[in-house]
Design a protein around this ligand. Structure first.
Ligand code: COA
Length: 356
């Protein structure tokens, strides 16, 4: 029987420094009222000097591992969904591996912009279903603030920094990730992009700072985001023979409150079953869904057996949806024997493991 992939741990981290709409009023031609009305955002967290994607990711990862009750040394894979890794080489996942001590894990980054967490859920499910991994750490972390043009008022008000993580473990017969839908459209890439920094546009000499700034056509993004996310949700539900009424909580990418409300309206889900925390974090790109998921669980909005639907949309363009039957960390609390069995299977397939 194919093992199911169960979220057993979750955690998030945001930088201490908070940038409010009032702070922005003193820097650019904007108002708190405009930002709240058009986006729902009131404040966002911004990294301090010396802080970046991997250190935030490692903090979120430690919280998720604690919650799952497993050691970093038990992980088979560490995946970081990000478009703002600390370096071109190495990946953010390599830095996270070092910082948390995931000594024998496969390590790689996943680039799908704001849809990175949903893409990562699908990859983790696949790794587990194929038998390649039994314990996967998926972290989504972004330091968008360093790529923002702080003079461009239509983009700089939207974004914030942060990281969210989940531990996903193999389980025999427990509920877990039910299905995913992943989509993309490269023809729309100019709606949200960073031109420089890749192999086509490397300027090692001279001033070229603007090339590394995030550029966005907000209205194009808006128009593409709403139908794409709604359709992905409908597809993932249809594939499971479910309807929107079966969903306990929709946890959408927190890009803009108006986008979230429009997606909810298209899907026909009432506002009380849509999780929103954009007012305190802004758009943290790939990190927004796991941050929201953590808060939803901690607030008691998600309980074991509930169906959680996540959907995201981002640069590329990329989008997708993931449907999860929430376990409540079932491997740690409900079935302790499974862990020991999993460990002995790993010992058989990997030989001697590190002492722990
Ligand atoms: N403060 C005050 N005025 C602003 C402003 C700001 N921060 N940003 C833009 N404006 C102005 C514009 O200059 C424009 O002025 P004009 O009419 O004099 O030309 C006016 O507000 C309307 O601009 P418009 O772009 O039509 O606003 P909008 O209602 O489309 O809202 C966004 C702009 C960016 C908030 C909105 O398009 C959006 O959220 N798009 C999606 C972006 C997104 O989610 N990206 C990430 C996806 S992962």
């Amino acid at each position: 029987m194919t093992a199911s992939a169960v979220i057993t741990g979750w955690g998030f981290y945001v930088p201490r420094s908070v940038l409010t709409n009032r702070d922005l009023e003193s820097r650019i031609d904007t108002t708190d009222a405009w930002i709240v009305e058009r986006t729902g955002i009131r404040e966002r967290h911004i990294v301090s000097d010396g802080e970046a994607t991997a250190s935030m990711a490692a903090n979120a990862a430690r919280a998720a591992l604690d919650r799952a009750g497993i050691a970093a040394g038990d992980l088979d894979a560490v995946m970081v969904a990000t478009t703002t890794a600390d370096h071109l080489v190495p990946t953010a996942a390599c830095l996270v591996q070092e910082q948390i001590g995931a000594r024998r894990a496969a390590v790689f980054d996943l680039g799908a912009a704001c849809a990175g967490f949903v893409y990562g859920i699908a990859v983790a499910k696949g790794l587990i279903a194929s038998g390649a991994a039994r314990g996967v750490l998926l972290v989504a972390a972004e330091t968008i603030s360093r790529f923002i043009d702080w003079s461009d008022r239509s983009t700089c008000v939207l974004f914030g920094d942060g990281a969210g993580a989940v531990v996903i473990e193999a389980s025999d017969g427990r509920p877990g990730i039910r299905g995913t839908v992943l989509r993309g459209d490269g023809t729309k890439r100019h709606a949200l992009w960073v031109e420089g920094g890749g192999s086509l546009m490397v300027h090692l000499d001279g001033p070229s700072g603007q090339m590394y700034r995030l550029r966005m056509d907000g209205q194009d993004v808006f128009k593409l985001a709403v139908p794409s996310m709604a359709r992905a949700c409908e597809e993932v539900l249809a594939a499971e023979g479910l309807r929107i009424g079966d969903v306990t909580l929709l946890v959408p990418h927190q890009a803009n409150l108006r986008i979230i409300e429009a997606v909810g309206k298209r899907l026909g889900i009432d506002r009380a079953r849509v999780f929103v925390n954009i007012e305190r974090y802004g758009n943290t790109s790939a990190a927004s869904i796991p941050i929201a998921l953590c808060e939803a669980v901690d607030q008691g909005r998600v309980r074991p057996g509930d169906l959680v639907l996540m959907c995201a949309f981002g640069g590329g363009m990329t989008w997708g949806a993931a449907l999860v039957e929430w376990s409540g960390g079932v491997l740690a609390t409900g079935a302790p024997g499974l862990r020991d069995r999993a460990r002995s299977q790993l010992r058989r397939s990997h030989g001697a493991l590190d002492p722990r």
